[in-house]
Design a protein around this ligand. Structure first.
Ligand SMILES: Nc1ncnc2c1ncn2[C@@H]1O[C@H](COP(=O)(O)OP(=O)(O)OP(=O)(O)O)[C@@H](O)[C@H]1O
Length: 252
């Protein structure tokens, strides 16, 4: 059993404090959903967990199984089993997608880079078929001419191939067609069923068709303001953040 804990995290970007003390946790096999209005800080949290140096940690900590990882380089966090899929993934057209997949597996195993192994490729092809990705993507550069939906599917494919301790996905359901949402939703369920801890952000209740969240957090202005179960997602879908926040304020 593994645990990823975010403790009272304060993060600044470009000198401006965006996260103002965020605390949350994810354990193996859990599916934790993070919601929040546009600009509330969800992607900032994910970037900080990934170790993007542009996101300056002012205070608080990120712990993996009780040990701080806040001073580790992004590749060290990855090697320890934390995979982060971004909202707008970065294209690296000069690196073939098949090579990236093999490189990820090698880095995690502490091995030198090698050419793609046929068994890894065969497994990746199988996952691509399940995710509705054309097999030709493996011979293309990472993200080279990928559509938005292909990018999202390709990230989920990486997570499935790696089966890491923790999978963090920023709006994995955005920009996907109906079949893509179903494929990604099923993949997320499979990841948690196989023991990965999943933390994902979304704006929509449609994910509930495929995943059963263990816990839901809502962020507003850089803070976690609500925590509960999937009923929070349904309520937000129904009345929106503004009315929901007002309703809660009146109840207090
Ligand atoms: N690199 C950056 N430079 C300047 N400001 C940034 C940067 N990254 C994030 N911000 C600011 O931090 C705030 C939080 O942004 P963030 O992307 O984390 O929100 P979000 O909750 O993921 O939003 P969305 O739902 O729209 O994706 C925003 O006001 C944004 O403009």
């Amino acid at each position: 059993m593994h645990m990823l804990e975010i403790r009272n995290l304060r993060v600044a970007v470009g000198g401006r404090e965006i996260l103002k003390g965020v605390t949350l946790s994810v354990s193996s096999g859990e599916t934790v959903v993070l919601m929040g209005p546009n600009g509330s800080g969800k992607s900032t949290l994910f970037q900080a967990i990934a170790g993007n140096p542009k996101y300056e940690i002012l205070d608080g900590d990120i712990l993996l199984d009780g040990e701080s990882i806040r001073d580790l380089a992004p590749e060290e966090r990855f090697a320890k089993g934390i995979f982060v899929g971004f909202q707008s993934p970065v294209a690296v057209p000069e690196v073939r997608f098949a090579f990236l997949l093999q490189a990820m597996l090698n880095i995690r195993a502490g091995k030198k880079l090698t050419d793609p192994n046929p068994q890894v490729l065969a497994q990746a092809q199988k996952l691509a078929a399940e995710l509705g990705l054309k097999p030709e993507v493996f011979n293309r550069g990472v993200g080279a001419g990928f559509s938005g939906g292909e990018f999202k599917r390709a990230e989920v494919l990486q997570a499935l191939l790696l089966n890491p301790k923790f999978v963090i996905l920023d709006e994995p359901d955005s920009g996907l067609d109906v079949d893509g949402i179903a494929a990604v939703g099923k993949a997320v369920s499979r990841l948690s069923a196989s023991g990965s801890g999943v933390l994902l952000s979304t704006h929509y209740a449609r994910v509930l068709k495929f995943i059963k969240p263990t816990r839901v957090y809502v962020m507003a202005d850089g803070r976690i303001v609500l925590q509960g179960d999937e009923n929070i997602i349904k309520k937000i879908e129904e009345i929106g953040y503004k009315s929901y926040f007002e309703e809660i304020r009146q109840e207090l």
